[in-house]
Design a protein around this ligand. Structure first.
Ligand code: CP
Length: 302
């Protein structure tokens, strides 16, 4: 059976731990010629910096070749070609497809059409499973465990696909606690809260976090995503609600780390960057090792 990665729930806890192990191996030795003779298609129908470049660097470091596009306007999609036909053909050219697309469900659809593994590099506000795996690796590396973590999720919890996937993944480990900090308009959707209720996992909702940040092991900041709003006035109302500043970190735990999937706009002030608790650029680098691990795991190369 072809092994796709479309949703974080496609992987078991054992898969997560295998990815952690492989990512550590690739971090120690990034250049391994495992993809010799293989071609990977990198199809980005929506803008990306980190996901695309870290995937393409991972493929290069594994000795593979890359085909694809960074902008669907340079493909025959502009002539009206369907996603079905595009994927069908590319799956004949390549040994694996990495795809980002603005439509929710597009990656699952592509996996049903493709003859080779499809890796979802983000489908609209739905899922971004490779981001979640690199987030897990970042938590694992900095905290030494994925158990007993108090995770603060801040910002756009409604449209933020990364927080949805991270919540699902962390729920597989022992005793997570979630603190959701969001304006009413962007609060965590009901289905995710129901999911936590069904598993007996504690969560708390707040409109402010300055007074409670001292309890956090991980503060996961998110950008309010302008591209997900159909009404610009709604975006203007919420875009500056939470800004993390260095002065807010004084009484935080020694081992607390600040994560952000990036790109940031203004939700983390630049005065946080030199603080050793700011981990978001290391997190982005972890993405390359984690994506090497995902490729190796998907193609059964290790
Ligand atoms: N974190 C993330 O997905 O970044 P890009 O949109 O730049 O790929």
């Amino acid at each position: 059976m072809t092994k796709h990665l479309i949703s974080i729930t496609d992987y078991s806890k054992e898969d997560y731990m295998r990815i952690m192990e492989l990512a550590a191996d690739f971090e120690a030795n990034p250049n391994q010629n495992l993809l010799d003779g293989k071609v990977v298609a990198s199809m980005f129908f929506e803008p990306s910096t980190r996901t695309r470049l870290s995937f393409e660097t991972a493929i290069s470091r594994l000795g593979g070749r890359i085909i694809g596009f960074t902008d669907s306007s340079s493909s025959s999609v502009t002539k009206g070609e369907t996603l079905h036909d595009t994927i069908k053909m590319v799956s004949g050219y390549a040994d694996m497809i990495v795809m980002r697309h603005p439509l929710e469900g597009s990656a699952r659809y592509a996996s049903e059409v493709s003859d080779v593994p499809v890796i979802n590099a983000g489908d609209g506000a739905n899922q971004h499973p490779t981001q979640t795996l690199l987030d897990l690796y970042s938590i694992y590396k900095t905290q030494g465990t994925l158990d007993n973590q108090n995770i603060f999720m801040v910002g756009d919890l409604k449209y933020g696909r990364t927080v949805h996937s991270l919540l699902m993944a962390m729920s597989q480990f022992e005793n997570p606690i979630f603190n959701f900090i969001a304006p009413k308009e962007l609060e965590m959707p009901k289905e995710y809260k129901q999911y936590l209720d069904s598993k007996g996992i504690k969560y708390y909702e707040h409109s402010e976090f300055t007074d409670i940040i001292s309890e956090a092991d991980i503060v996961y900041m998110t950008r309010v995503q302008r591209e997900r709003f159909s009404d610009p006035i709604e975006y203007e109302k919420v875009k500056n609600v939470y800004i993390l500043r260095n002065s807010m970190l004084e009484n935080t735990k020694e081992n607390m780390r600040i994560l952000h999937p990036l790109p940031r706009v203004n939700e983390i002030h630049v005065d946080v960057d030199p603080n050793p608790k700011a981990y978001y650029f290391d997190q982005a680098l972890n993405g390359m090792y984690t994506r090497e691990a995902i490729i190796a795991h998907t193609l059964g190369l290790k």
